[in-house]
Ligand binder design. Structure first.
Ligand SMILES: *[C@@H]1O[C@H](CO)[C@@H](O)[C@H](O)[C@H]1NC(C)=O
Length: 454
């Protein structure tokens, strides 16, 4: 209780405090710890250490440490980087769970999967098909979590993905051909077996955790996993403490290299597949009978970027022709991705640091759609997200198109969560938010903006 009072006092500056029950689930992807950097304006600022989490944790109710993996031969749940996670030199697992001393209300979960586990990816399906493999996984996972002081396990299962579709080829045909155009993915030909296997896994994991004191079980639905194929909501919802809906990255430069579009729309932009937006994912779970309070909606902090070329429409309005992933950012060094501070550093703003020219022009979502049952105050503009771009120019500077969440749109997603009475939001992940306060001086602006609107 003391924590809540302190937290309330801390947040009272400039914003209303949400109900104490709203969850703010903060993901920390440990890959950011080993991020490389060179020759950028802020050297050493690329790398995020457990210590850098501290300013975030007064806003977080849960900290999810990503990601553990599965050993292919034994199906045991294991650290993917023992040197970083468990060896004495770094011992990140302990460093993370030790934050509970300072933040006693914080729940720290160990997440498994999350697309970080790339070796023999078929093991995620094979494990679900074998009761013995599931047992090995459950027993080792509970032990791993318990040994390092975690409060539970999050299953971020690496299921097959929805097959990407061309956006434009569907224009005009969408209303009379949804089934035909967006049939289920052919990638997994044992869908129903895997659905049943996952339900069994959740049941077995719950059973193993429930004999331990205060151990939680969570599920993270990864982006572009079709919930209606793999998640039997009525069968699993009572077994889990929360479900994090990774309803983002519907369009990415990897999935759709030739078409740039909003990555994370809250609602359906015009002439798009009506299932590829956050509201559609939330609706599936609610219609399956999930109590709204168990659902947590993800807010992604990483921007998605595409190169524009001379064939790209000059208005910049999505969807538009693109030429593959945009170049890597100076800190994060991943093609097609920029962290929030990398985006804000590129925006046109006379107060910002020079040296990252040429700038991007930001376009705030102009749509104004009032949802039934919401007051004007709760209206959710922008619904699709913010984008920013520059066209290729004669000097040979490349064009770039960027779709991202900023503090405004993060606040809109939180307002949606509040309006729908959902359990809370998750920030995926903290290392892509502005954890050093480079944009405006405030650390973790996306996390803060979301928290203030809950
Ligand atoms: C998800 O699967 C269902 C069938 O279970 C299908 O009707 C739907 O179109 C799929 N969603 C997407 C976005 O492909």
């Amino acid at each position: 209780m003391n924590v809540l009072i302190v937290l309330a006092g801390f947040l009272a500056i400039g914003a209303a405090v949400g109900p104490a029950t709203s969850k703010v689930v903060c993901y920390y992807n440990s890959k950011s710890y080993v991020r490389e950097f060179e020759g950028c304006i802020y050297p050493a600022q690329a790398r995020m250490l457990p210590l850098d989490l501290d300013p975030a944790l007064s806003f977080c109710t849960h900290l999810v440490y990503g990601y553990a993996g599965i050993q292919p031969d034994t199906y045991k749940m294991v650290s993917l980087n023992e040197n970083l996670d468990v060896d004495r030199s770094h011992a990140n697992y302990r460093a993370i769970t030790n934050f509970k001393t300072k933040y006693p209300g914080l729940k720290v979960l160990l997440s498994v999967g999350g697309d970080a586990d790339t070796e023999s990816p078929e093991k995620y399906n094979l494990l679900l098909e074998s009761p013995q493999a599931r047992t090995a996984f459950v027993n080792s996972g509970v032990l791993l979590a318990e040994q390092h002081g975690f409060d539970g396990i999050d299953l971020a299962w690496q299921f097959a993905r929805i097959k990407p579709k061309k956006i434009r080829s569907t224009w005009g045909s969408i209303w009379h051909g949804i089934k035909k155009t967006f049939g289920t993915t052919p990638v997994d030909d044992k869908e129903s077996e895997h659905r049943e296997g996952f339900t069994a896994l959740v049941r077995e994991m719950k059973q193993a955790l429930s004999v331990k004191p205060n151990m939680q079980l969570a599920i993270s639905v990864l982006p572009n996993v079709n919930s209606s194929i793999y998640y039997d909501v009525p069968a699993i919802i009572n077994l889990v403490d929360m479900v994090n809906l990774g309803a983002y990255d519907f369009q990415t430069p990897e999935r759709n290299p030739k078409e740039a579009d909003y990555a994370t729309p809250l609602y359906t932009p015009q002439n798009r597949n009506p299932l590829l937006n956050a509201d559609a994912v939330v609706t599936y779970w609610l219609q399956g009978g999930a109590p709204a309070q168990k659902l947590v909606l993800a807010i992604p902090t990483a921007a998605r970027t595409w190169k524009l070329d001379s064939d790209s429409e000059i208005a910049g309005v999505p969807p538009l022709h693109a030429d593959g992933p945009g170049e890597a950012g100076p800190y994060t060094k991943i093609e097609g991705i920029l962290s929030y501070p990398e985006v804000c550093g590129k925006l046109i703003n006379p107060n910002h640091q020079k040296g990252m020219l040429p700038h991007l022009r930001k376009v705030t979502d102009p749509s104004k759609r009032f949802e039934k049952g919401l007051t004007k105050d709760q209206d959710l503009t922008p619904h699709f997200g913010t984008y920013a771009f520059r066209l290729p120019d004669d000097s040979g500077e490349g064009g770039l198109w960027v779709t991202y969440e900023d503090p405004d749109t993060a606040g809109q997603r939180a307002a949606y969560v509040k309006a729908k009475n959902l359990g809370g939001v998750s920030i995926v992940d903290l290392s892509m938010d502005d954890f050093r306060g480079l944009c405006t001086g405030d650390k973790y602006p996306i996390l803060r903006a979301a928290k203030y609107r809950l």
